[in-house]
Design a protein around this ligand. Structure first.
Ligand code: AMP
Length: 113
């Protein structure tokens, strides 16, 4: 999608602080971190949100889930971390390209705000 911020980051048109990349996904540090470690994992294929996914996306979604632990380990999150997928208006999703937040290196609170 030509006007999508995260598509532009995937394409390298907008710089990012890369954490991990493979054929299917890119992980980069969040520009406004909410924890000492805060990175985002995005599928390279554009999908607006979890609400925009279908059976065909199963492989990339599973890939993201399975890569989280490796990316977390590479970021030194051996004491745990939080994974967040904000979805839609009530979920306070601000960038309309599916992304998984990994937050760590501080104690999280519950319930979330
Ligand atoms: P969400 O509110 O769940 O849609 O999360 C979007 C996230 O993208 C926020 O945490 C922003 O700080 C982050 N963000 C926005 N622009 C950039 C950027 N250029 N590079 C890295 N992270 C960004």
């Amino acid at each position: 999608m030509s006007d999508c911020l995260f598509c532009k980051i995937v394409e390298g048109e907008i710089p990012s602080s890369k954490v991990y990349e493979d054929d299917l996904i890119l992980a980069f540090n969040d520009v406004a971190p909410q924890a000492p470690v805060h990175c985002l994992i995005v599928p390279k294929k554009h999908m607006d949100s979890l609400d925009d996914t279908c059976e065909e996306d199963g492989a990339v979604l599973a890939h993201i889930m399975l890569k989280i632990k490796d990316i977390a380990a590479s970021l030194g999150l051996e004491n745990g971390y939080r994974v967040v997928i904000n979805t839609g208006e009530d979920g306070m999703q601000s960038v309309k390209h599916l992304h998984v937040h990994i937050l760590g290196k501080r104690k999280m609170s519950w319930p979330p705000g």
